[in-house]
Structures are given as C-alpha cells and as structure tokens.
Design a binder for this molecule. Structure first.
Ligand code: AMP
Length: 486
C-alpha cells in the first residue's frame, strides 16, 4: 500500500474532510492508514490497537462515509434508524468515542448519540425515539433500551466492538451475543482489541467474516514513545516513594503536574487519594463505586488541571481520553499483564513522549515477569528508597529557588521523627529558626495499603488470571497470525 501522508488522499466526503481539518488532524496515524481503506471497501476488520492509537477515527471516519449517502434532514424518526452501532465496555469509553464521532459528523446531517448505564434512562430513550444513525452504547444499557422498545436495531449496517478484550473481561459476552442476534445477518463487522486471549480469538472467529488484520507495531509504540521505569521498593515504603516521585520527578526536578496513578483495589484508591490530598497534592480517586457523575466530574477537573493526580483502578480508568499525559504511575503492579499495556497506553499518545513508572515489591516478581513476557522486554528495576528528611528538605529548598510550589499554603510547622516508621508522630519543635514548610512532614503517617480488595472483590481469582497470562507467549502478531490462519 502506498503511504498516505495526509487525510485529503482518502476518498472521504468534503464535509468529513472539513471536520477532520477543524480538529487539527493532518497526518493519519498508522492504524488509520491501514483501517480506513479496508473499512471503506466494506470488509470486516480485526484491529490490533489500543486506545491512543487513533483507532476511533480509523473505524469512525470510513463508517460515517459509508452511510453518508443515506443521510437526510427529514424530521421523521423513521428516516434516522441506527445504521452504525459501536459497543464499548465502559461509560467513559462510550462517551469518549461518541464525542469524537459527534465532531467527525458535525458537518453532515447524520445524528450521533450515546447510551450507557448508571444514569437516567428516559432522556436516552427520548433521543433514541427521535432517531439516531450512529449509536455508541454499553451492552447492558442497549439491551435495556431494546427491551423498553426505544431502539430498533434491524437497520444496522456496520457494528463495531471496541476494546473487545475488556468487554470479555467484564463478562459482557452473553450481552454481546444477544445484541448480535438482533442485528441483520448481512452487515459489516469490525472488532478492535489491544490484546488477544483465546477468548478474544474465539469471539473474532464467530463474529468476523474473512477479516482483514490491521495492526500497529506495538513494540514500537511502547519502546519508542514511552520510557518504562520499574523501581524495586519495600512494601511499607511504597507510599513514601510515590510521594517523592510526585513531588520531585517532574520536569527539571519539579513536581509532576498531571499524572494517573493506577492501583489494583478500590480501597487503595480511596486511601491513597486522601493521603495525597492531606499532604497538599490535589488528588482525586476514580473507582467502580463512584457514580458516573462523580467519575466524569473528577475527569473534567483533572483535564482542566484543577486536580493534579488521578488515582484510578483499571475498570474506572478504562477508555479515559486524556491526550498526551506525560506520566503514568503503576503504584500497584497490575494483576493482568494486559492491564499493564492498557495503563501505559495512557501516555506517549500520538507520538508524544511519555513515561511509565511502576513500583514493584518483592512479592510482585511473578506479575512483573508476566508483563515482560507479554511486552517482549526485560526491565532493569532500580531499588528506590524514600528520601531522607534532609534530602526532602534540600529538594524543597531547591524547588523553592527554582520557583516551584510558591503558591503552597503555609501551615504551622511540625516535625516527624524518622527513626521509628510505624510510630512516627508529630513533635512540635518550638525554637527552630526560619520555618521551612514541607507538606510531607505535616501529615499523619498512613501505612501502605495492601491489596485486600480488588475492583471485582475477587483478588485470588484475578491473581491467578495474571499468572496464567504469564505463561502465554505474548506476541500479538503471532497470535493473530494463528487466528487468521485458522
Ligand atoms: P483514540 O485512540 O481513537 O482514542 O485517539 C486518541 C487521541 O488521538 C484522540 O484525542 C484523537 O482525537 C487523537 N487523534 C486521532 N487521530 C489523530 C490524527 N490523525 N492526528 C492527530 N490526533 C489524532
């Protein structure tokens, strides 16, 4: 295939081209170069791509193009049946996909909408009854709408399973099967997945007809644009090391400004965010127990820079669209090696440089090996201990000279004893000269969380899953080769 260097070379309608130009897209990403012509040709696609590769435009632009001849400005709902259906595992991903599609279709009469659970169903039902040609949905809520009679899926021409691996992980297979049975037999099927477990391959085998494989070179995507660092830490020192990283591993030795910290358990998520907040780092937590509104509000505050650190579990963070995040931190080594790929996919997007830091304790070695096998690399973990009191003080002084942190509140100074970690208590030091404020010294000590509770409340099962993945030879291309040869 000859190299396509700009979007104008694709046979896309001028209204779609204008929308792309308005969004500032000039050069198509590799997945777009591969996927757009194949989808335009009406073929089924198996896409090996994670979020951040530009896959939404890769399937969205040609899908819009294919149904554009039927676009119309009639007020009649019957003239606006669902023609393109996108299934996404989470509300966040559904919202994000829809936002992109709304923009891509903004200069056409096509109606674009989204439905997901956890919010009032009625406004969504009203939207569906008015008619919408491009619908993004989470599976459960779509079935609710179907049962309630607010959506008819008999005109669907193109169906897209986005983040298929995660949908299976989340137990959506029965819902997906039910939905596929509601669609016309003759249709175009697209499926995107970051990883290829036997279950994903089985679904692909049942769902796709002679699919064309489109794949981005993941080795390059991770090795070239994301610097991956692993620190070997003591269990009891994880939180202190994390705080050191947040406060001093940013640009020019300053604090890190926008970062997602991934954890394995809801309880860790809550406690870590509150610990960080207490020492003056603006942090919020997103996890499965938070309502949709709370999660969206946290995400918005983070995007605006009002919150600097978002502590997140995998399920809650799935599909978050935060472009060019400079750093992600794995506070916990993920139970599933594939989650590592998803987590670090939040940084180094669209060619931007990113950094992925992971804190690994002695007990994590099997999980780390599983990640190394899946991502075909060998980490060189460096031991990292928390800074001493003197080191913290001197870092804070030099940051102050460099103009970092000038807006920090000044509080009554307390000191911590460093000699007894468990028993650290504030001790008032009344006669010290020139107060130096460091929020670290000013917070009650909170022991590091152990992962007792996972997002699914099934720690043992999940851990076993992670180990099983470790045995797998991880090369996506090889797996896909197997899939497509079968
Ligand atoms: P996605 O992988 O679809 O979630 O896209 C990741 C991010 O890249 C989104 O913010 C898109 O708007 C953006 N994006 C997608 N394609 C391009 C492109 N060709 N040029 C610049 N940005 C893009």
């Amino acid at each position: 295939m000859s190299e396509i260097l700009d979007f104008s070379k694709f046979p896309l309608d001028s209204h779609i081209q204008a929308a792309i130009a308005e969004m500032g897209y000039v050069t198509p990403t590799p997945i777009q170069v591969q996927a757009i012509p194949v989808v335009l040709a009406g073929q089924d696609v198996m896409g090996a791509a994670q979020t951040g590769t530009g896959k939404t435009a890769g399937y969205g632009l040609p899908a819009l193009q294919r149904i554009l001849p039927k676009a119309n400005t009639s007020m009649s709902p019957a003239r606006h049946p669902v023609r393109v259906l996108i299934l996404a595992p989470t509300r966040e991903l559904a919202v994000q996909v829809n936002e992109s599609l709304v923009k891509y279709a903004s200069k056409t009469p096509l109606r674009v909408g989204v439905v997901y659970g956890g919010v009032d169903i009625k406004p969504q039902a009203d939207m569906l009854r008015r008619g919408v040609e491009v619908l993004t949905a989470t599976p459960g809520r779509l079935l609710d709408h179907h049962e309630g009679g607010s959506v008819n899926l008999s005109q669907v021409e193109i169906v897209i399973l986005d983040e298929a691996d995660r949908m299976l992980d989340m137990g959506f297979l029965p819902d997906i099967s039910r939905i596929l049975n509601l669609l016309p037999k003759k249709r175009q099927n697209l499926m995107f997945s970051a990883t290829f477990s036997p279950e994903v391959k089985k679904l692909a085998g049942n769902f796709l007809r002679n699919p064309v494989l489109v794949e981005v070179a993941r080795e390059n995507a991770t090795a070239d644009t994301v610097e991956q660092i692993v620190y070997q830490v003591h269990d009891s020192e994880k939180t202190d090391v994390l705080i050191d990283i947040l406060k001093g591993d940013g640009e020019n030795g300053g604090p890190i400004k926008q970062v997602i910290v991934f954890v394995n358990a809801k309880i860790t998520c809550r406690r870590l965010a509150s610990t960080l907040s207490r020492i003056g780092i603006s942090a919020d937590a997103i996890h499965g127990d938070k309502s949709q509104e709370e999660r969206m509000a946290a995400l918005e505050a983070f995007k605006k820079g009002e919150v600097e650190v978002l502590v997140a579990t995998d399920v809650a963070a799935r599909g978050l669209d935060i472009a060019e995040l400079p750093v992600v931190i794995n506070y916990d080594v993920p139970f599933g090696a594939e989650d590592y790929v998803h987590r670090i996919g939040r940084t180094g997007r669209a060619g931007a440089k990113g950094k992925a830091v992971m804190l690994a304790t002695g007990g994590d070695s099997r999980l780390v090996t599983a990640i190394e096998e899946l991502t075909k690399q060998k980490f060189k973990p460096a031991e990292r201990r928390p800074l001493s009191r003197e080191e913290r003080r001197s870092r804070y002084e030099s940051q102050r000279r460099d103009g970092f942190g000038e807006d920090r509140p000044r509080r009554v100074r307390k000191e911590w004893r460093d000699d007894d970690r468990e028993g650290r208590r504030p001790v008032d030091l009344p006669k010290m000269p020139a107060p130096v404020y460091d929020p670290i010294f000013d917070a009650p000590y909170e022991p590091t969380e152990t992962t007792a509770e996972t997002e699914h409340n099934q720690p043992v099962q999940t851990a076993v899953r992670g180990q099983a993945q470790g045995k797998k030879k991880g090369r996506v291309a090889a797996l896909l080769g197997g899939l497509l040869r079968k």
